[in-house]
Design a binder for this molecule. Structure first.
Ligand SMILES: Cc1ncc(COP(=O)(O)O)c(C=O)c1O
Length: 388
């Protein structure tokens, strides 16, 4: 037995519960079963070809060394230009820090804005890693209960009652993982007003930006230069494995964020950065738009099908590629329901327990990251499972 001990912080980090589902799904598949994967939070598309080619070219040209810590100037310029042309917002390239995925950006954000013992408010349910990044920084998340009936939004008039002297900010995401809910510009503006009055910071995670089917596709950067925004090439550009994202920080935070970027990462992957410059070419953006339309068709198929099988989606699945579905009419425990569904019908879903505390046992997340035919097949299997 080793006398060495893991840091106590590790004990506070929970593993992904979906791993149990994923591992079993893989095993069933390896045994020759036809498993339908609706559990994975990544697009089933690969990056558009122009991106891949730009990456290959950078390798062939030996552009593989470290880049400046906050990112290649050409890439930061291209991101800034994208904000201007698509969202009519001026974002100075100096405010953009390129990171290893949105994950790197969240780690940087936690390190930048949270002191030992401080807490950050966020909705329950939300992206599970958020609270773990805060633990890394010595802080913690304070989850605020939400409900499907209220579109999983934090009620803004309750913010002061959740605020304490240790609270430092509010983290939101739009569109949201796991709910797919899209926040309105008005809502984010009001949240910012309240947070300013309380003296805190606001972070909006816009990693699913562009994947909006209902509601406005906007950026919180259009409201105020003092709001922090995170984004990534993982979802809209289908570059999950390239590990590239960014954070936009206010002017006054650039120096601090740069120091952290230098020390935490040295730089993001150079090859991924050269590849990502091509993401903003018009032909690539056209392809991404077509994919958005494909995702929307799948979304409508899924929502109609769920209604048909008796699991209507109350919460608005307006963006990303998720629907967060209440299964309490058919089970008291979503986790074991997921595992049984997988065993009996070979359909893999993510149990709500990964995303929150309050009603997590009632919910499952569907990721519509497979084609419509497979989605329909999954719905047929789920219907049979419910009726059995
Ligand atoms: C809301 C949200 N934020 C951040 C991330 C991290 O993404 P990445 O590090 O691939 O950019 C994810 C991944 O699923 C996510 O859903």
């Amino acid at each position: 037995m080793s006398k060495q001990k893991l840091a106590s912080r590790v004990g506070k980090i929970s593993p992904f519960q979906v791993m149990a589902v994923m591992e079993r799904a893989k095993q069933l598949q390896a045994d020759g079963n036809d498993v339908i994967h609706l559990e994975v939070g990544e697009p089933d598309f690969v990056a558009p070809q122009a991106i891949n080619e730009a990456g290959i070219q950078s390798i062939e040209a030996a552009k593989t060394g470290y880049t400046p810590a906050t990112g290649l100037p050409e890439l930061k310029h291209a991101i800034s230009q994208h904000y201007r042309t698509r969202y009519q917002v001026e974002v100075a390239p100096e405010r953009i820090i390129v990171t290893p995925g949105a994950s790197g950006a969240l780690l940087l954000m936690a390190s930048l804005m949270v002191n030992e013992g401080e807490e950050v408010l966020m909705p329950d349910p939300c992206y599970p890693c958020n609270r773990h990044f805060l633990i890394q920084a010595g802080g913690q998340a304070k989850m605020i209960e939400t409900s499907a009936e209220q579109a999983f939004e934090v009620k803004l008039d309750t913010l002061p009652s959740h605020w304490s002297e240790n609270t430092t900010g509010l983290w939101l995401a739009s569109p949201s993982n796991p709910t797919g809910a899209v926040l309105s510009k008005d809502y984010v503006a009001q949240a910012w007003q309240q947070i300013q009055a309380l003296g805190g910071h606001l972070l909006v995670d816009e990693i699913y930006q562009g994947l909006v089917f209902e509601g406005e596709d906007f950026t919180a950067l259009s409201l105020d230069d003092d709001i922090f925004v995170i984004n990534s090439f993982s979802k809209y550009f289908a570059m999950t494995g390239w590990r590239l994202g960014w954070i936009v920080v206010p002017e006054w935070a650039i120096e601090g964020a740069t120091k952290l970027a230098q020390n935490l990462f040295i730089s993001a992957s150079s090859v991924a950065q050269y590849a990502a410059i091509a993401a903003f070419e018009p032909t690539v953006l056209e392809e991404c738009e077509k994919r958005r339309q494909t995702l929307n068709r799948r979304r409508l198929t899924l929502l109609e099908g769920l209604e048909r099988v008796g699991l209507p989606v109350v919460a608005p699945a307006q963006g990303a590629f998720y629907a967060y579905v209440d299964v309490s009419s058919v089970t008291e425990d979503a986790m074991s329901w997921c595992l049984r569904l997988l065993e009996e019908e070979k359909v893999a879903l993510t149990p709500g327990a990964d995303f929150g505390m309050k009603d997590a046992h009632k919910y499952v997340r569907f990721a519509y990251t497979c084609d419509e035919q497979r989605l329909n097949e999954a719905l047929t299997r789920i219907e049979r499972f419910i009726q059995s």
